[in-house]
Design a protein around this ligand. Structure first.
Ligand SMILES: Nc1ncnc2c1ncn2[C@@H]1O[C@H](COP(=O)(O)OP(=O)(O)OP(=O)(O)O)[C@@H](O)[C@H]1O
Length: 345
């Protein structure tokens, strides 16, 4: 791909982007040939279990890691031949805290502005604007080490936005925050997006966040994007409503399961579970028809599908459970230099 003015309404276009690591005599296909497009102004969430390849994809798109193969145009610049152009136009907030621990919040922002070659007056004005919009006024003169987790993440985002990037990459912005701080951070991300139109591409483990807040969800597994659509479209096409029906006896439950195409729940032989599109509308009919056959439903539940159901339908595994059980991702040498690389553009 050649560099081109960014007139295509595409902020990210990748073709065949691939990353293979060789470590301890083994080959890890972290990202298999990947095609993706993100349009101007989109808020896209990249989901997947630990080790799926999300961070590696982000690191290639942000020029922190050279691809093994493939190409990508990011904010109008080729990641291979114009890495500096990409870095000027994007903001990147990695998983680690990017603030220096003994620096004060405002000074950290000023230093970041200077790094991007912004004039002093412009940097001061921009820092003040970000301090206000990310609600950091109360802590602007505190050192970074004195901030709460949520305040640190908001500072990270402010640092990523100081040079008014067209495109902001956020790698798990809300991981490690309590639910209140997560909700507050998201409110800021959504508000910034609304006010500035910045394109946002982020990774998250939190399915509920992606479901409620992203306009588009990409699901990655084993280095490949396995689904890419709005959360509602994915749920509608891949995962039906979850309905359970309870009976007085396991015999009734087994008979009911075969009549309505459900399955007796493992560990609870009185309960039948059914996954069906429009399960809410089918429920009264099932209850009536089963009653006519002498199978009395004593309780029923209905639940809308979630993105975890989508992942389950696609892979047979639960993303929620994998996220809960997985430890931190494998340590790797490249990551240590990540922030240094990001500020060395
Ligand atoms: N520098 C490296 N050397 C060897 N293997 C690596 C390196 N970086 C990543 N990997 C491997 O590549 C695969 C993808 O890792 P990656 O960090 O991109 O996944 P992820 O989806 O971002 O996971 P997480 O959600 O845990 O951050 C994993 O198997 C990981 O162990």
């Amino acid at each position: 791909m050649t560099n081109q003015p960014n007139t295509s309404n595409q902020m990210i276009t990748a073709r065949g982007l691939t990353k293979t690591f060789r470590a301890k005599g083994q080959t890890v296909e972290a990202v298999r040939p990947l095609d993706l497009s993100v349009g101007e102004g989109e808020l896209v969430a990249f989901l997947g279990p630990n080790g799926a390849g999300k961070s590696t994809t982000l690191r290639m798109l942000t020029t922190l890691l050279p691809p093994t193969a493939g190409e990508a145009i990011v904010a109008g610049c080729d990641i291979r031949s114009d890495a500096a152009g990409v870095r000027r136009r994007i903001g990147y907030v990695g998983q680690g805290n990017s603030g220096g621990h003994t620096q004060r919040v405002r000074d950290e922002l000023l230093a970041q502005g200077a790094f991007y070659g912004m004039g002093r007056r412009e940097t001061r004005a921009r820092a003040a604007e970000l301090i206000e919009s990310l609600e950091l006024e109360q802590v602007a003169t505190r050192t970074v080490q004195a901030l709460s987790g949520g305040q640190k993440r908001r500072l990270d985002i402010a640092l990523g936005l100081i040079h008014r990037p067209e495109l902001l990459f956020l790698d798990e912005p809300s991981t490690g925050l309590d639910p209140h701080s997560r909700a507050n951070l998201w409110q800021h991300i959504v508000e910034l997006r609304r006010a500035t139109g910045t394109t946002i591409f982020l990774t998250t483990h939190y399915l509920d966040e992606a479901d409620q807040l992203a306009e588009r969800v990409m699901v990655m597994d084993h280095g490949t994007v396995i689904a890419d659509d709005t959360a509602n479209a994915l749920k509608a096409s891949l995962a039906g409503d979850r309905v359970t029906l309870s009976f007085d006896s396991s015999t009734d439950a087994a008979a009911a399961a075969s009549r309505i195409g459900g399955a007796v729940v493992a560990g609870d032989p009185h309960v039948v579970a059914v996954t069906a599109q429009g399960g809410d509308r089918a429920l009264p009919t099932w209850i009536r028809e089963l009653g006519d056959a002498g199978l009395r439903v004593v309780a029923a539940t209905h639940r809308q599908p979630t993105l975890d159901d989508v992942f389950l339908a696609l892979t047979g595994r639960s993303l929620r459970e994998e996220a809960a059980h997985a430890g931190p991702a494998d340590a790797d040498a490249d990551r240590a230099g990540e922030h240094a690389a990001s500020v060395a553009a």
